[in-house]
Design a protein around this ligand. Structure first.
Ligand SMILES: C=CC1=C(C)c2cc3[nH]c(cc4nc(cc5[nH]c(cc1n2)c(C)c5CCC(=O)O)C(CCC(=O)O)=C4C)c(C)c3C=C
Ligand SMILES: [Fe+2]
Ligand SMILES: [Fe+2]
Length: 338
């Protein structure tokens, strides 16, 4: 019997924390037309002329801080563990591959392995709980570009988003419980940011995105593919699971790049405001990521932690990501079989 193929795809990480490898990674990532979605000539000038030359040495320093001598980039390490554990759990009827949208292991090589294994179908699982053109959309476009050239195209299906996955919500809540959320002054749900123009472009109704202050407060037919509305929904589900009152938590967005407005409120602004209000201890969830990475272990723990302390705060505690939690592997099994 032919096996069923599974392709897990995360964002990508440099091959090493050297400036040259970070430059290669940022160049491939930021030249993607779904990531910096502006006129191609402007994108080339901005990315190759400004962002990559200035950002690469700075980012390389940060990557060096989180790089493990034995396991390298945390994002790749946890993604490989997720692949291994899912393969074990699904058994020999399945062939599970892992790819990164940018750099290695590439989507090309993972698809080649699936083709060689003569799989009868491919289930594509972008490892992003919330749909964004810049993340899941880009993964799906790349896979379709490559597979469309095959002589025989197997059955293909993909997961668009899983922002309300019950097991995922449970793992985030469980991971937080050991820190006793009730002992913190405030809880943040800090999601990866996105330029506002990308939200507006995804609003096919033309009635929803950024048309009112609370356009993301509920998930409706009009905004069900809105990245921000999906993020708010995930936060509400985790907060409900932990019985957090609405005034005890804030949804915010981190990792802004460039001068254009991104989805708000910005995490750094919220942290400043909370410190100025005299809050001392913050617990921070990063539910846009299924594995710990630069944006969680460095940006939240170190950068936001230092910023908070400078303004009188005492402690910023990150709730670890889904990583290799057994219930998350169960969740992945459900996404594959669903
Ligand atoms: C969760 C999904 C992600 C979306 C959506 C996303 C959009 C997006 N990101 C940038 C710019 C950068 N992101 C960087 C790192 C990074 N981004 C994600 C995920 C999403 N990005 C992850 C998982 C990571 C961490 C990778 C790792 O190796 O640990 C970086 C690189 C790091 C840095 O230099 O700060 C940049 C740059 C844009 C512009 C964007 C949408 C338009
Ligand atoms: Fe990013
Ligand atoms: Fe929206």
């Amino acid at each position: 019997m032919n096996k069923k193929g599974v392709l897990l795809v995360n964002l990508g990480t440099p091959d090493s924390p050297s400036t040259a490898d970070v430059r290669k990674y940022l160049d491939e990532f930021l030249m993607d037309e779904r990531v910096i979605d502006i006129n191609p000539v402007m994108r080339t000038m901005l990315v190759k002329g400004v962002i990559v030359p200035f950002r690469s040495p700075k980012s390389a320093k940060l990557y060096k801080e989180i790089w493990s001598e034995t396991t390298g980039s945390p994002l790749l390490h946890y993604s490989l563990l997720q692949q291994e554990l899912l393969q074990k759990q699904l058994g020999s009827d399945y062939h599970v591959e892992l790819a990164m949208r940018y750099q290695s292991p590439s989507i090309e090589s993972a698809l080649k392995n699936l083709k060689q294994a003569q799989v009868e179908s491919i289930r594509i699982v972008p490892l992003f709980p919330h749909y964004a053109s810049a993340s899941s959309g880009s993964v799906l476009q790349k896979v379709m570009e490559l597979v469309s050239k095959w002589q025989t195209i197997p059955n293909i299906s993909f997961v668009n988003s899983f922002h309300d996955n019950e097991l995922m919500i449970k793992v985030f809540a469980e991971n937080a419980e050991k820190y006793k959320p009730e002992t913190y002054d405030h809880i943040l749900f800090s999601f990866h940011g996105l330029p506002q123009r990308q939200l507006i472009k995804s609003d096919h109704s033309g009635r929803h995105c950024l048309k009112s202050d609370n356009c993301c407060a509920t998930l409706t037919n009009d905004n069900k593919f809105c990245y921000s509305a999906q993020c708010h929904h995930t936060a509400r589900l985790i907060a409900d699971q932990l019985s957090l009152p609405a005034d005890k938590y804030t949804v915010c967005f981190q990792s802004r790049l460039g001068k254009d407005p991104w989805v708000q409120p910005y995490t750094s602004v919220v942290i400043d405001e909370l410190a100025k209000k005299g809050m001392k201890r913050l617990l921070v969830f990063c539910p846009a990521f299924v594995a710990d990475c630069l944006e969680t272990v460095y940006e939240v723990t170190v950068e936001y932690g230092d910023e908070f302390k400078k303004l009188g705060g005492e402690h910023v505690q990150l709730v670890e990501s889904l990583n290799d939690h057994p219930l998350w592997i169960d969740a992945l099994e459900g996404l594959v079989k669903g």
